[in-house]
Write a new protein. Structure first.
Ligand code: ZN
Length: 133
């Protein structure tokens, strides 16, 4: 498995419209636009930061994973995403190492990326996403 870089930090917010001002006005980042991923019941907004990005996540449904996260923990860091060169090979390798996975197979993420989450129990409490684009 080859980790290429931190692809993005996923941050759960109640509202992208309200949450984005800090990133644009205070930090001077560029708002790259938003995209809804129906499958995940989430709208994402990306703000490039050098080689990586900040990803704001807003729920589109009360039973979606981001809605549940906000209910339990409130707004804040939701996941860290690492870009890999081959996500299928990375998942197979982690599985062989006994790492608990949420997604055994990649699913479709924003921007046409292939993504998969590792279980927080296997990572000392952090939700880790692998992505390939
Ligand atoms: Zn993400």
């Amino acid at each position: 498995m080859k980790i290429l870089k931190i692809d993005h930090l996923g941050i759960a917010v109640n509202s992208i419209e309200e949450g984005k001002n800090f990133w644009t006005d205070a930090l001077g980042l560029e708002f790259e636009g938003s995209e809804t991923v129906e499958e995940q019941k989430v709208t994402t907004a990306f703000f490039p930061v050098g080689e990586s990005e900040v990803e704001l996540l807003e729920s589109t449904a009360p039973d979606g994973p981001i809605a549940k996260f906000l209910e339990k923990k409130g707004q804040g860091i939701h996941h860290v995403a690492f870009r890999v060169d081959n996500i299928e090979a990375a998942l197979a390798e982690l599985k062989e190492k006994g790492i608990r996975l949420i997604d055994e197979k990649p699913r479709k993420g924003a921007g046409g990326a292939k993504i998969a989450f590792l279980h927080p129990k296997a990572t000392n409490g952090i939700l880790v996403e692998l992505c390939e684009r």
